[in-house]
Design a protein around this ligand. Structure first.
Ligand SMILES: [Mg+2]
Length: 363
């Protein structure tokens, strides 16, 4: 039995070349937390999540550090590697904290058996997975420059952040991008809950001629009626993101006819097993399923890439590191608008540990 002998927590800030600017965030760096696992047999594993995305995950950096130290480490130390994910699933911690630990456990199990994580999930092992390029808040002129650059780089889909103070500015940017990239590029929008019902209905109807593929979280989470009214006001498919944190949310919103699909993330689901459960629940409810992630570094993004290669969904958002200027990890790359799936054992990534600050050691 391969037992977990030591757990360590590190921190690092990843600077962004283009800041993260949308209706719920204005950040110049990603606050990343790393969890390392060392087994009695000498297997070392590492995982990453982002701490400054509590608007979507519900947990900040301090919560991740505290719950990892006080709840996760005492429960998992000396636990057999093969039994640890199941034990983790029963702990009273934030889903983001479970996601961090389960990512490290999957890396450890992959490295212990010489298999990539997607193979542990019995995935089909796609060599590459198409993703979309993201465009945050910026002027219409800048958005056009970024959209054209994405088209040149081989992307076939853009996701544009909307919900800025001026709805007219949102409309102008969407029209400008559609005109610049032509009909072959799919354009989706993500409002991060930034509109009220009236604004959402008005803007979505105004941009229907732009053939928008979907609109993510047009109104704030927690107001099912708002989503339902918006969905009834437009032909653009409505996708729930911040509103979806549990299977109950999926069932309730589907029953209410408030959404066409869900954007699921390990960071919101908790464990891999919980995420697979949500995917199955959404499919059973007849919903479109998008699998994505928070903006984060390459190591964190690698976990979602393995999940995407291992779990069937309708579309994937895997390129969270696109604006990170100096990452601590290597081994994950994007080519022609598609993420290259790592083939090495575990997450298949290499991390420069000299760039991380050790903040806790347990065991
Ligand atoms: Mg979203």
């Amino acid at each position: 039995m391969n037992r977990i002998a030591v757990m360590r927590v590190w921190r690092a800030d990843l600077a962004l070349g283009i800041g993260l600017e949308h209706a719920s965030a204005s950040e110049s760096a990603l606050e990343e937390v790393f969890l390392g696992i060392e087994t009695a047999d000498g297997i070392t594993a590492l995982a990453e999540v982002r701490g400054n995305g509590a608007y979507a995950t519900g947990a900040d950096t301090a919560t991740i550090l505290r719950q990892t130290q006080e709840i996760v480490a005492p429960a998992l130390l000396n636990c057999a590697l093969d039994e640890a994910s199941q034990r983790l699933g029963s702990l009273p911690v934030a889903p983001l904290v479970s996601a961090l630990a389960d990512s490290a456990l999957h890396d450890a199990r992959g490295r212990a058996t010489g298999q990539p994580i997607w193979r542990l999930l019995e995935g089909r092992g796609a060599a590459s997975i198409p993703v979309h390029a993201q465009i945050g808040f910026c002027t219409a002129k800048e958005a056009v420059i970024r959209a054209r650059a994405a088209a040149r780089a081989g992307f076939r889909r853009l996701k544009l952040r909307v919900g800025r103070p001026s709805p007219e500015a949102d409309i102008a940017v969407i029209y400008a991008i559609r005109e610049a990239v032509g009909e072959r590029m799919a354009i989706a929008i993500d409002c991060n809950g930034g509109w009220d019902v009236e604004t959402a209905g008005r803007v979505l109807r105004a941009i229907e001629p732009c053939a928008v593929a979907w609109a993510e979280q047009p109104t704030p989470a927690g107001d099912d009626d708002a989503l339902r009214h918006v969905r009834a006001a437009t032909v653009i498919p409505i996708i729930g993101d911040e509103a979806i944190r549990s299977g109950r949310d999926i069932d309730r919103l589907a029953r209410a006819g408030a959404i066409d699909g869900v954007h699921l993330k390990l960071e919101k689901a908790g464990t891999v097993a919980a995420l697979i459960g949500l995917v199955e629940r959404a499919r059973a409810a007849g919903l479109t399923v998008f699998l994505g992630q928070m903006d984060q570094g390459r190591l964190g993004s690698s976990m979602t890439t393995h999940l995407a290669a291992g779990i069937e969904a309708d579309a994937y958002e895997l390129w969270g590191f696109q604006n990170v200027t100096a990452d601590v990890a290597t081994g994950l790359d994007i080519r022609d608008g598609a993420m290259i799936v790592p083939q090495g054992a575990g997450n298949g990534m290499e991390v420069d540990m000299t760039k991380l600050e050790l903040v806790g050691e347990f065991g």
